[in-house]
Ligand binder design. Structure first.
Ligand code: ADP
Length: 304
């Protein structure tokens, strides 16, 4: 039995070095990356839709064409006249990648401005997916709109999935950031945090502490990713279990590790396998992604 996953957030234009002073254009963004991997891994009777706002410029048109080409639905995406997408540039400094962003005026910041449209899109979905980055790009009243629609979806019995993806540079201050991340978790039935972020920003001593903290907020299911250290998950009233990561000898690029895990994990969950088996699949997908360059690895390379 199929269904619909709606992923909500910002997809940006990505510029990376292509040698001889040339820049290569791509598209990426955490919630879009997860939609990409969901499309690659979900059963074909599921539709995967992206929800954002774009402009009416040529780059926005290219972005939508790329999404459609990947099999991701764009019919719910608002086109705002005069706006343009956010953009980031990847540069290499001493072998380390650094990111410069131009996203303050991005169309995606307006994704929650039409509350009726947002509500209708969410009502049409079975799984609603958003992140701390989605909340972080929004003005506080727009974040409140999204949060109240997520709460409503949860109350309707939909699966609401949240990846905290804590990025301090998006937020005006730490207090508001942590409070809004907690509100995102409370509005969700499944939270997929990365332990490194949670330890730094919430001071968690270990994965068990992250699970306990989110459970105390009323989150039913928590899956904590910890890079090569594996995944710790606690579903409902079951005790927490640990699932190992796949051993990767040569990590090429960890961009999108967590996003791809989420897409692979959810794809197995909807097929009705155990959460541990779903996590093993998420780990297999992520282990393939980190062996390749870039956020979006070709679906043919991913494990079935
Ligand atoms: P994020 O990318 O959000 O920071 P993590 O670093 O925890 O998240 O990675 C997400 C998932 O990717 C992990 O649960 C694991 O399955 C896989 N992963 C990440 N780094 C490695 C690694 N070095 N070796 C094997 N698997 C990894």
């Amino acid at each position: 039995m199929g269904g619909k996953l709606l992923s909500i957030g910002e997809c940006m234009v990505e510029l990376s070095q292509a040698g001889e002073g040339l820049l290569r254009k791509g598209f990426a963004g955490d919630t879009f990356n997860t939609a990409w991997y969901a499309r690659a891994c979900f059963p074909s009777d599921w539709s995967i839709d992206y929800f954002t706002a774009v402009g009416d410029d040529p780059l926005s048109a290219d972005m939508l064409a790329m999404m459609e080409g990947a099999g991701i639905g764009t019919s719910l995406i608002r086109r705002i006249p005069g706006k343009t997408p956010g953009l980031y540039l990847i540069t290499l400094k001493d072998g380390e990648r650094t990111f410069s962003y131009w996203r303050d005026t991005a169309a995606a910041k307006k994704l929650a401005e039409d509350a009726d449209h947002l509500r209708a899109a969410i009502e049409g979905a079975d799984i609603v997916y958003f992140s701390g980055i989605t909340l972080g790009i929004l003005a506080s009243d727009a974040a409140d709109t999204l949060l109240s629609e997520a709460r409503r979806a949860k109350a309707m019995g939909k699966t609401v999935v949240f990846d905290p993806n804590i990025r301090p540079r998006l937020w005006p201050n730490k207090e508001y950031m942590l409070k809004t991340i907690e509100d995102g978790a409370r509005a969700s039935s499944l939270v997929l945090p990365s332990f490194d972020d949670e330890a730094v920003h919430f001071g968690d001593a270990d994965e068990a502490a992250t699970i306990a903290r989110y459970k105390a907020l009323g989150v039913e299911n928590v899956v904590v990713k910890n890079g090569p250290g594996g995944i710790t998950l606690a579903f409902g009233s079951e005790p927490a279990i640990h699932v190992p990561s796949v051993n990767v000898d040569k990590v090429v690029d960890t961009t999108s590790a967590g996003d791809s895990f989420n897409g692979g994990f959810l794809s197995r969950l909807v097929e009705g396998v155990s959460p541990a088996e779903a996590a093993a699949h998420g780990a297999a997908v992520a282990s393939t992604v980190i062996r390749h360059h870039g956020a979006l690895v070709s679906p043919e390379l991913l494990p079935r």
